[in-house]
Design a protein. Structure first.
Length: 265
């Protein structure tokens, strides 16, 4: 390859790919070359990580994907090696009810994965949507809270797609630049709430908010209250990837109507 390529890996759902494509169209056109790789149906980040672990992490991520044997995936990666990618990003759902996980151990596995996939220029950077990709449109236009009131009982995760999609005009809408601006600003407000901050600015965000500290907060709620805090991975990625001028342009809290937050201890 003449120029380094960025690789984005998503789960095998059309909706996951759609949101990545719409995000890239709004923020990355003309900036760099990006290959979006879709995992075969039935595979997820937990299975991918286990494959790496079983091989004692001696095989790189791209080769593990290639070794899946999926014809479409092998064709997609044809001609690429891990050296061709200067950055690798992964977007997956957090699901503590995942069938191929032991519930008692799932939390530790997530921590392991976030610690391992913590650098886009090395093993790759993992971003999780809580509880799943549909969190990206779980909001009310012009308001800071989620349609699900920000907290979702663990018992309702399996029905989350239906819950958040019902009577939600945003669910079927194309996410253009204006929608992404709102999604980013709402994400910052939710982070302020999740981290119990009186206010949030770029420096506070950079100093305190990482994929691992977000997970620590989520883990507390899962273990103590059996709820998950609704949070999308995509705006998190954008605020990490871009710099302070991006924050200043997109995080404008004074435009939102505030509803009374439902606190969970």
């Amino acid at each position: 390859m003449d120029k380094p390529v960025k690789c984005i890996i998503v789960e095998g759902e059309k909706r996951d790919y759609r949101y990545v494509a719409e995000m890239l169209k709004s923020f990355f056109v003309g900036k760099c070359q990006i290959l979006t790789v879709i995992l075969p149906a039935g595979q997820n980040i937990y299975m991918l990580y286990n494959s790496l672990k079983e091989d004692d992490f001696e095989t790189d991520l791209i080769e593990i994907l290639r070794e899946s044997g999926n014809e479409a995936l092998v064709k997609e990666l044809e001609g690429y090696t891990v050296q061709d990618f200067d950055e690798i990003f992964m977007f997956f759902d957090y699901d503590c009810q995942e069938d191929n996980l032991n519930r008692d151990n799932s939390q530790d596995i997530v921590q392991e994965m976030l610690s391992f996939f913590n650098n886009e220029t090395e093993h790759g950077k993992l971003y999780l949507s809580y509880p799943m990709v549909e969190a990206v449109y779980d909001y009310k236009i012009g308001q800071c809270d989620a349609r699900t009131k920000c907290f979702l009982p663990i018992s309702e995760i399996t029905n989350y797609k239906n819950i958040v999609g019902e009577n939600n005009p945003i669910a079927s809408r194309h996410l253009g630049y204006e929608e992404w601006k709102e999604i980013i600003a709402i994400f910052a407000l939710r982070i302020q709430c999740l981290f119990n901050m009186d206010k949030i600015d770029f420096k506070q965000y950079r100093d305190n908010v990482t994929t691992e500290t977000i997970y620590d907060k989520q883990k507390y709620y899962v273990e103590n209250s059996n709820v998950v805090f609704i949070l999308s991975a995509f705006p998190e990625f954008l605020l990490d990837y871009f710099r302070e001028d991006f924050w200043a342009k997109h995080v404008k809290r004074n435009k939102f109507k505030y509803d009374a937050c439902e606190k969970v201890s």
